[in-house]
Design a protein around this ligand. Sequence first.
Ligand SMILES: [Zn+2]
Length: 187
Amino acid sequence: MASAQLTDDILAFINRFLDIELESQTARYARADNFREVRRPGAKMWFKPSISMNSVVYYSELSEREKEQQAALMRRRLFKATAHDHPKRGAVYTFQVSSDSKIRGADRYVARFDAADTEKGFRFISRHVTCPDCHASGRDGSCSGCGGTGWKFESGDDLGPLPPAVDVRRFDAPEDDRYRVAHERDS
Ligand SMILES: [Zn+2]
């Protein structure tokens, strides 16, 4: 079996996803503004309806907080990608990214999306968040908060610690110095 490699196709996959995620997040806020106001029966305030899943869903006006969140939306930054030859899953790729909000971490590692071939094609298989104890560095494998991986499993297939990376690509660098070690390590 050929070794896992961060090809143009693999990088196009994550970049396409980051584009689509921003579009969908943007639409989520825009939707509430795009519908004519109607009074919901019995409601004391005005709602904006839209059709979703064949039923009417009512959206309230964006609150001030939601307006702030809307203004803070950003395309996640791709900091690093890694490729691994997993004994059971074959080629597994990680994409290590910032938040999708300028309020919540544009300058640091926030999440890791893993992708691999599945029965339905090449897909995301799991999601991790950075370990707050070591800021995703793993402390040379000694961090007790994350078992030394730098990451905490959040959802999807839990493959446990990945084998050493066979290919690593760095893109943006995080401005937050606490994540410098995470950025420099080859995992
Ligand atoms: Zn840790």
